[in-house]
Write a protein that binds this ligand. Structure first.
Ligand SMILES: N[C@@H](CCOP(=O)(O)O)C(=O)O
Length: 480
């Protein structure tokens, strides 16, 4: 067990690799886009081949051993240190309890309703209640590494957000403290109350602009291009590395056997689908898994640029941003995902390695009702988790699922962050542009047992008795 606690000795040599022009840059500087062509980066370990000298079984044993470690630096996403960002020292690692989120096999009743075996991986059980913590743990560890190396005295971190990224960025910045300070830029009125409370509570500077996420993203990109700020959106390739841990954990949970499994991931800014593909490809390359799982990206019809791209015949594919419409999957309400070039690049590699990558599109009605269905069967799926279940139902309807294939659905955030959408459904108050018509039979509202006026007319004993009597009537209870 001792070996599980020891921080790895291996150090890689990482470079930013531009997907546009192929230029490479060292990691001593923060880069978001390629200085030569403006393309996006992936980070690559040029020593990865050395890792291939170790066989798959040894890697599996190593990662399984580390799963039980009490060394905090290896307890979360850095259990997979050699595969992610093997340039940091133990002292750089920021761990707030991210990763290791549970994979919950759904009840027989839900599987019967869905017609397919399925499980949710609950990334809402991360510290700021979304998967973004995986990426932030890596990005902030790298920032600590840079601060230590360069002796920086003042670092302003910034991100645009639909609500989850800002919550995570603010939390990690608050934990690391000086010299880091956090600023988040939000689309005014388009972040849920719970999500807005998160960066406010963590003490970040919260700025709002009218518009949607895509407008905020352009502003922070401009700022990152022209000013000394550290961009924390997934354009920052360190975020992608951290989020690869999702794929590593899925594989580990199923004892590294990806046969008969299909992973469903919602696509918004496309950082997560990028990371999931990249993560599985690394595991395959090292022989940790022997085959890739099938991978389904899911988009709402109200924010579907990636779906549109893949829906076209291969030779006619052309990427175009879309103007988004209101979506209950608000975290994925993005018309111009910054990671689209990464998706296109990695999807090609995924398929070249025998993987199957598809994108399905679902309706807003389908998303919210799938979320309600999941949660009524004991899950804590957010609207994006609902989007994944709706994606599974759509894939089934199109005959894309194999019999008995296990669907692993990404519930990206905690249901409570999006409770307002459930409330809008139950109270039937969706504005028309959501295109959601609630089914009154699915509504659940509190029932008042006795009103305040009735209570005021009673003493304490009478109140208890009358309230109990009223509950008996309401529930139709019979005496023992
Ligand atoms: N849904 C995201 C949008 C930004 O995505 P990112 O992964 O590029 O930071 C959010 O929560 O803000």
């Amino acid at each position: 067990m001792r070996a599980a606690h020891i921080f790895p000795e291996y150090r890689g040599h990482m470079e930013y690799a531009c997907l546009g022009c192929g230029s490479r840059y060292g990691i001593d500087e923060l880069h978001y886009t390629c200085p030569s062509c403006g393309g996006v980066f992936l980070l690559e370990d040029t020593r990865f081949e050395e890792l291939e000298q170790t066989d798959g079984q040894t890697w599996r044993d190593r990662f399984d051993l580390r799963a039980a470690t009490k060394n905090q630096a290896l307890r979360g996403i850095f259990r997979f240190y050699e595969l992610m960002a093997p340039v940091m020292d133990e002292a750089d690692i920021v761990f707030l309890g991210e990763g290791n989120t549970p994979v919950i096999r759904s009840s027989p009743a839900l599987e019967a309703a869905a017609g397919q075996p399925l499980a949710f991986k609950n990334d809402g059980q991360n510290p700021s209640a979304s998967f973004k913590d995986r990426g932030m743990a890596c990005a902030f560890s790298y920032l600590r590494h840079l601060v230590r190396r360069h002796g920086w005295k003042d670092v302003l971190t910034i991100c645009a957000s639909t609500g989850d990224t800002s919550a995570a960025a603010a939390l990690y910045a608050a934990y690391v403290g000086e010299p880091l300070k956090s600023v988040v830029l939000l689309p005014q009125g388009k972040v849920t109350a719970q999500q807005l409370s998160q960066p406010l509570g963590s003490g970040a500077r919260v700025l709002e602009i009218p518009g949607v996420f895509d407008d905020c993203m352009k502003v922070v990109e401009y700022l990152a291009d022209h000013y000394r700020v550290a961009l924390l959106n997934s354009k920052n390739a360190w975020r992608i590395l951290g989020q690869e841990s999702y794929a590593f954990e899925v594989a580990q949970w199923y004892d590294w056997d990806m046969g008969g499994k299909a992973v469903f991931v919602p696509i918004g800014n496309a950082g997560n689908i990028t990371a999931v593909m990249s993560g599985f490809l690394k595991l395959l390359r090292l022989g940790v898994i022997s085959r890739l799982p099938r991978l389904f990206g899911v988009q709402s019809a109200h924010a579907d640029p990636v779906y549109r791209y893949y829906a076209a015949p291969e030779k006619e594919r052309r990427y175009e941003a879309v103007t988004v419409r209101p979506s209950v999957a608000q975290a994925a309400m993005i018309g111009n995902p910054v990671s689209f070039p990464r998706v296109a690049h990695l999807a090609g590699r995924y398929e070249a390695q025998g993987g199957d990558f598809r994108v399905v599109r679902v309706s807003e009605q389908g998303i919210i009702e799938a979320m309600l269905l999941a949660n009524r069967h004991g899950h804590i799926a957010c609207t994006q988790g609902g989007e994944c279940l709706a994606g599974l139902l759509e894939a089934r309807a199109q005959g894309l699922m194999e019999k008995d294939e296990l669907a692993i659905l990404d519930a990206t955030a905690h249901a409570l962050k999006f409770a307002g959408f459930q409330d809008m459904y139950f109270r039937n108050v969706f504005p028309a542009d959501y295109e959601i018509v609630p089914d009154p039979a699915r509504a659940n509202t509190p029932g008042l047992v006795l009103d305040q006026e009735a209570k005021s007319a009673l003493d304490a004993g009478e109140f208890t008795e009358q309230a109990a009597q009223r509950v008996v009537e309401m529930l139709g209870l019979s005496r023992k």
